[in-house]
Design a protein around this ligand. Structure first.
Ligand SMILES: C[C@H](OP(=O)(O)OC[C@@H](O)[C@@H](O)[C@@H](O)Cn1c2nc(=O)[nH]c(=O)c-2cc2ccc(O)cc21)C(=O)N[C@@H](CCC(=O)N[C@@H](CCC(=O)O)C(=O)O)C(=O)O
Length: 144
């Protein structure tokens, strides 16, 4: 059952532009960053209940995805992390495919496996984790 509600654009213009381009072209444009694949996560705002769309690096394994709250190694989590913690029902668009998923924050060994997959997909994640004391949150998305 797709998410419904009013869309509220991100206040990060570059990220908003990329998410909107991927969605507007049904995945035909905007799906890369530094030559690596980008997906669009739709989440429900934890405070506003508005629909938020976030461009994120594509980390996929056997039909599941990981989304990584790196925010370039900033000291604080991106706020979409709090959206997923409150409402784990999300949508993910990968290219022209868009489906509903349940997001689960992973820890310990499971997180280690997905962290390795994430760094393999986007090596910058390793440097981002070195930049910050916060443990970068990782969520695994399983198809609903
Ligand atoms: C800028 C901010 O967005 P954010 O959720 O903090 O996310 C910051 C970034 O993670 C986001 O811009 C990403 O798209 C950046 N980004 C990546 N960010 C990552 O963290 N990881 C990635 O792998 C990643 C890849 C990526 C690729 C391409 C691209 O264009 C951007 C990429 C924002 O939009 N804030 C809104 C609020 C957004 C929101 O969800 N509000 C909630 C409240 C949440 C709360 O505070 O509890 C609500 O509506 O209720 C605002 O200030 O009004």
């Amino acid at each position: 059952m797709p998410l419904t509600g009013e869309y509220a654009p991100s206040t990060s213009q570059w990220a908003r532009d990329q998410a909107e381009k991927i969605e507007a072209t049904n995945g035909a444009e905007g799906y890369e960053l530094h030559g690596m694949r980008v997906i669009v996560l739709t989440s429900v705002g934890a405070k506003t209940g508005l629909l938020r769309k976030t461009a994120l690096m594509r980390v996929e394994h056997d039909g599941e995805y990981a989304v990584v709250g790196s925010l370039g190694g900033a000291p604080k989590n991106p706020v979409w992390v709090y959206n997923l913690r409150k409402q784990p029902h999300v949508e993910l668009q990968d290219g022209a495919e868009k489906h509903d998923y349940l997001a689960r924050e992973v820890t310990d060994e499971e997180r280690a496996v997905w962290w390795e997959r994430s760094v393999a997909a986007f090596p910058n994640y390793a440097g981002y984790q070195k930049k910050t004391d916060r443990l970068i949150p990782v969520f695994v998305l399983t198809r609903l």
